[in-house]
Design a protein around this ligand. Structure first.
Ligand code: Q9C
Ligand code: ZN
Length: 342
């Protein structure tokens, strides 16, 4: 399969709030090296095309995009700390609609978590990452059976107007929009990352042309804590087009696969014409921030399940923080897919 990748992520190395300190983010540049090394023997690398900014405007708020484009320069001018992030967020009974003017206020308005900050290389990396997803979807829309976008930073936590969870632009959402514009009437998102894909859910929640399915750690005990329950099924025209499969800590392959299979059935029943797979492998047993127990040998099994849907498929990288095993786990998904497609 073709793998879309570039070096434009390298200057993005954010900080995150640990229990007491700002530490280097778990979401590191070395993750890309791990994946490239593991997929190189069986797959071919291609570079991205030019980003179509209208795709970003289709899934993100214009004020958010403008703010993010300038936030680092403004931070350097006003604060000059090592990483820009919020300190207060619009919590219960706060005014959700009014946008503050101060930089710190805007960082809270356009962010939702202290695990995620902006540094000098962040925005250019986020734009480049979105371009990878765009290119992968364009090539699949043009006839490739499947592509893998080696996206960094990841995207599935980024909402219409907020960054968080190491995500700034919703790369899976970009791929969805490319498919829609190419004439696919209904697109599926299958999000197998350990964390709930709250951003993708947010963006498509009121739409019936995009079925979003996410299998993840129950938000009762895991990030993003306030989103990802089974009762969130869509709204308005989108009612019935959002599916959440929250699972307990300690989940192993057998139980996890039953949730995947329920999503695969939903994607079939909805008559989707293409699928975007939010490919996080932080479900891995040795992942340093996660509590599922999948093994390296398990990933080809899910790759095969995805292939069995028989749909044009774009894989976009999301999480996975056991850097040494990350590449093998991602390669397992892709190789299992190809073996089952052959
Ligand atoms: N001490 C993705 O996998 N914060 N994002 C973890 C760990 C949330 C993960 C804090 C992790 C978000 C794309
Ligand atoms: Zn994750």
């Amino acid at each position: 399969m073709l793998v879309v990748t570039s070096d434009d992520h390298l200057a993005h190395h954010a900080l995150e709030l640990d229990s007491t300190n700002l530490i280097p983010s778990w979401e590191t540049p070395t993750r890309v090296d791990s994946v490239r090394r593991a997929v190189a023997p069986d797959h071919r690398f291609v570079g991205p095309g030019e980003l179509d900014v209208s795709l970003l405007h289709a899934i993100h708020d214009g004020e958010y995009l403008a703010f993010m484009a300038g936030v680092w320069d403004r931070w350097v001018a006003e604060e000059a700390g090592p990483a820009a992030m919020g300190v207060a967020w619009p919590a219960r009974r706060f005014d959700q609609g009014r946008r503050p003017t101060a930089l710190r206020g805007l960082l809270g308005y356009h962010g939702f978590a202290a695990d995620c900050s902006v540094v000098g290389g962040t925005w250019s990396a986020a734009l480049a990452s979105a371009a990878l997803a765009q290119t992968a979807a364009e090539l699949v829309a043009g006839g490739e059976r499947a592509m893998f976008a080696l996206c960094r930073p990841p995207g599935h936590h980024a909402t219409r107007d907020q960054f968080g969870g190491y995500c700034y632009l919703n790369n899976a959402g970009v791929a969805v929009e490319v498919f829609r514009r190419s004439g696919v009437e209904r697109v599926a998102v299958l999000d197998i990352d350990y964390h709930h894909g709250n951003g993708t859910q947010d963006i498509f929640y009121e739409r019936d042309d995009v079925l979003v399915c996410s299998i993840h750690a129950d938000p009762a005990f895991e990030f993003p804590y306030f989103c990802g329950h089974a009762s969130e099924t869509g709204h308005g025209a989108g009612e019935g087009y959002n599916r959440n499969e929250p699972l307990p800590a300690g989940t192993e392959l057998a139980e996890w696969l039953t949730a995947v299979d329920r999503c695969v059935d939903a994607i079939r029943d909805a008559g989707c014409g293409a699928v975007v797979v939010s490919t996080g492998v932080d479900t891995f047993e040795a992942d340093p921030i996660s509590q599922f127990l999948l093994r390296t040998d398990d990933y080809p099994v899910v790759g095969a399940r995805i292939a069995d849907m028989g749909l044009p498929t774009v894989f976009v990288l999301e999480g996975g923080y056991a850097v040494d095993a990350l590449g093998d786990n991602v390669a397992g998904v892709l190789n299992g897919f190809e073996a089952a497609s052959a």
